[in-house]
Design a protein around this ligand. Structure first.
Ligand SMILES: [Zn+2]
Ligand SMILES: [Zn+2]
Length: 124
C-alpha cells in the first residue's frame, strides 16, 4: 500500500500549497508534478477518503461543478474567475442575511459565489 500512501501525500501536499478550492482536474495536474503516475481514479478515490475522514469539504458550484477545499475554515465565500476558471477563497462575510429574506423566513445558512476576473487575469 506504499504507492497509495505516496499518492495520498501528494494530494494532501497539493492542498497545503494551493490553499483555495480546487477542481479534480487541478488536483490531478498539480499532484502529477510530484507523482507523475497519479491518475484520475486514484484522485477520486483519495478525495473520497479525505472527504469521509473530514480533512476536505466539497464546494458545489452550479457551473464549475464540485470542488474541494480543506475543512475547518471559518464561514467564507468564494470568488470564481471567469477567465482562468480558478476559485478563490474570500475572507469573512459581509452579508446581512437576516435582511435578505422576507418576513416569515428563517435563514439558517447561505452560500455566495462572486464571479469576475482575478488579479492575475486583469494583469495579463
Ligand atoms: Zn483568473
Ligand atoms: Zn457569508
Amino acid at each position: 500500500m506504499k504507492r497509495i500512501t505516496s499518492q495520498r501525500r501528494a494530494i494532501e501536499a497539493v492542498f497545503a500549497k494551493h490553499d483555495r478550492p480546487l477542481t479534480v482536474e487541478e488536483i490531478l495536474n498539480y499532484g502529477r508534478k510530484s507523482v507523475p503516475s497519479l491518475n484520475i481514479a486514484t484522485v477520486y478515490r483519495t478525495l473520497k477518503i479525505l472527504t469521509d475522514n473530514g480533512s476536505l469539504v466539497k464546494v458545489f458550484h452550479p457551473s464549475f461543478g464540485t470542488l474541494y477545499e480543506r475543512s475547518g475554515k471559518d464561514h467564507h465565500h468564494h470568488f470564481f474567475c471567469r477567465e482562468c476558471n480558478r476559485a478563490y477563497e474570500l475572507p469573512g462575510c459581509a452579508l446581512k442575511v437576516d435582511d435578505a429574506a422576507p418576513d416569515g423566513f428563517v435563514v439558517e445558512d447561505h452560500e455566495v459565489f462572486l464571479l469576475g476576473k482575478c488579479p492575475k487575469c486583469i494583469a495579463a
